[in-house]
Design a protein around this ligand. Structure first.
Ligand code: ATP
Ligand code: MG
Length: 556
């Protein structure tokens, strides 16, 4: 990878190291296991793991599982899998729920220090007491409870004596603070819910702000990197660590990744899954890592994209074309080429012997000499693309038309002699004659032939399904809808088109799901896990060139 310019986070770390604050840099990636990871998380993973690696430090994977309601072990496994797929190895694996005992003790410690109290206000009342940005808040009537009373009530909260929502534990800071998060924030709430790891051991759960800094501190995280929306809460993060006098992790915020033509927020992606707008979290149209992987996007393309966009302090939207560019660049270097016909029509070479099969050396990857060549069978009956033929073509159509000579890639020059049609007037077969002297695809007399078509041998190919994907959303910012419409109104109704009778060369039969290749002239494709021995299914990862802006740009 290229040398990275120093971003503001690396500058802070450099300064902290120079000041002798740390001897080892420790970071963490802290997903909540309530959904699958998306491309936005890849930025965070790339940043946290990348920085640890660069400084010879460590990066932990920690599941921030403090909210039992939406969390599940299914998500834990999927997240681990995604991080590994991106090529990163965590130093150690943690669960915030492993620290529940410690968090509880630290909460009692704050009570004992007179810095936390049990409050009986309802959530509406808490909101009313909090005040606004321009108006200071009011103290809760329960704020002056004694340490003994608070300890007793908190223990009884833990023991399950109270109903959900009836009490909270709050930090006792300052209801007049201009910093809203310091107006006696909640530390614990009552939730009679089963947790995916701790079962029914707990019925009180710590709030994010209290839990996260303790998790960081417990693991000795030197730099806790998070997205900008947490900036306003940093004073609280620091307050807890300072009052408890435990290891001071330093929170640094960076801009979250927003991508055009998609949404990168679990909440909204979850809606697409739950309401069946897509087939699942790993639908190849989803910006999830599992969706991108299933679509055939290489992990290296995602990492390279993260490296290119870098780190900034202000939120912005990255053009999805940048990700697509990174995907094409990577696949161009690594994907073997094959000839596949997506929309086939028969081509009969009338003067080619019926029982003959010739094998041509097909260059597997012109970008990679080590990929070598593949023997590709050529016979009298072939398939070509329907749209490579036109009976009455417009000017500048250089493909097949009656009387014109074209090149069949690597094989021969052929000239169309006529077509056969069915009763509906549809072309069922194109006929042509080949020039036996043009073996390899070049005329001995050097005459110019402009069109080059890909093809497959009818007898050496099989039918397969191909799923052609387009962008999931029609608009650059799907969240920006008119008249308060839901973001699903921006979904692109044509984001999936299925072609059923595509023709694949026989060697493709032995390939496994995940195998990625370039269909010449058609784009990059990979084998979908829906494939069976009877029916193979391919996904189009991406077209060869950017065509979208041109086609749909006018609509804007
Ligand atoms: P979402 O908003 O999608 O639900 P989240 O922030 O709730 O995301 P977490 O599982 O809590 O998801 O996130 C784990 C880490 O990934 C956090 O440190 C978070 O800041 C970071 N992260 C999440 N989304 C993005 C994004 N779009 N760009 C960069 N980092 C992100
Ligand atoms: Mg979150």
């Amino acid at each position: 990878m290229e040398e990275k310019s120093r971003d503001f986070i690396r500058e802070i770390i450099d300064a902290d190291l120079a000041a002798g604050k740390h001897t080892e840099i420790v970071t963490r990636f802290p997903p909540e296991p309530n959904g699958y990871l998306h491309i936005g998380h890849a930025k965070s993973i790339f940043t946290n793991f990348g920085i640890a690696e660069e400084y010879g430090g460590r990066c932990n994977l920690r599941f921030d599982d403090t909210n039992p309601v939406k969390e599940d072990t299914e998500f834990v496994e999927a997240i681990k899998n995604d991080v590994k797929w991106l090529g990163f190895t965590w130093s150690s694996l943690h669960f915030a729920s492993d620290y529940f005992d410690r968090m509880y003790l630290l909460a009692e410690q704050l009570i004992t220090m007179g810095l936390a109290y049990v409050c009986d206000l309802s959530s509406e009342e808490v909101r009313a007491y909090r005040g606004t940005l321009t108006e200071s808040g009011r103290n809760s009537p329960y704020r002056e409870r004694t340490v003994e009373e608070n300890l007793d009530l908190f223990r009884r909260m833990k023991a399950g004596e109270f109903s959900e929502g009836s009490r909270t534990l709050r930090a006792k800071i300052d209801m007049t603070s201009p910093t809203m998060c310091l107006r006696d924030p909640a530390m614990y709430r009552i939730l009679h819910k089963t947790h995916h790891r701790t079962g029914n051991s707990w019925c009180i759960y710590p709030m994010y702000d209290f839990a996260h800094c303790l998790e960081d501190s417990t693991e000795g995280i030197t730099h806790s990197l998070c997205t900008l929306e947490f900036e306003v809460n940093r004073p609280l993060y620091d307050w807890y660590l300072e009052k408890l006098d435990i290891f001071r992790s330093r929170q640094i915020e960076f801009a979250r990744l927003n991508l055009s033509y998609t949404v990168v927020s679990k909440r909204y992606l979850r809606k697409l899954v739950e309401e069946h707008y897509v087939s699942g979290w790993d639908d190849p149209r989803m910006p999830t890592l599992s969706g991108l992987r299933r679509r055939g996007v290489p992990a290296s393309a995602i990492n390279n994209f993260c490296s290119v966009i870098g780190l900034a302090k202000r939120n912005s939207t990255v053009d999805i074309a940048l990700l697509e560019h990174s995907i094409r660049e990577q696949l161009n270097r690594t994907a073997p080429r094959v000839m596949s016909v997506l929309d086939p029509v028969k081509l009969l070479i009338e003067n080619y012997p019926e029982d003959k099969t010739e094998y041509f050396d097909y260059v597997v990857n012109p970008e990679d000499d080590s990929a070598g060549t593949r023997a590709t069978p050529f016979t009298r009956e072939l398939y070509i693309e329907q749209d490579d033929f036109m009976e009455n073509p417009p000017k500048k159509f250089f493909r097949m038309t009656p009387g014109r000579e074209v090149r069949l890639r690597y094989a021969y020059l052929v000239t169309c002699t006529g077509v056969t049609k069915n009763d509906d007037g549809e072309i069922t077969e194109i006929r042509c004659a080949y020039d036996p002297e043009s073996k390899g695809g070049n005329a001995p007399d050097g005459r110019k032939v402009r069109g080059t078509l890909h093809w497959v041998s009818a007898n050496h190919s099989f039918p397969a399904e191909v799923r052609l994907y387009d962008r999931l959303f029609n608009t650059e910012n799907p969240m920006n809808t008119e008249n308060g419409a839901d973001f699903t109104s921006s979904l692109n109704p044509d984001s999936l088109n299925t072609a059923m009778n595509c023709r694949m060369e026989n060697h493709m039969k032995n390939r496994e799901p995940g195998f990625t290749c370039q269909f010449e002239r058609k784009g990059y494709f990979c084998i979908d896990p829906d494939s069976t021995p009877e029916k193979m299914v391919f996904n189009r990862t991406i077209t060869l060139r950017e065509s979208w802006a041109k086609l749909k740009g006018k609509k804007k």
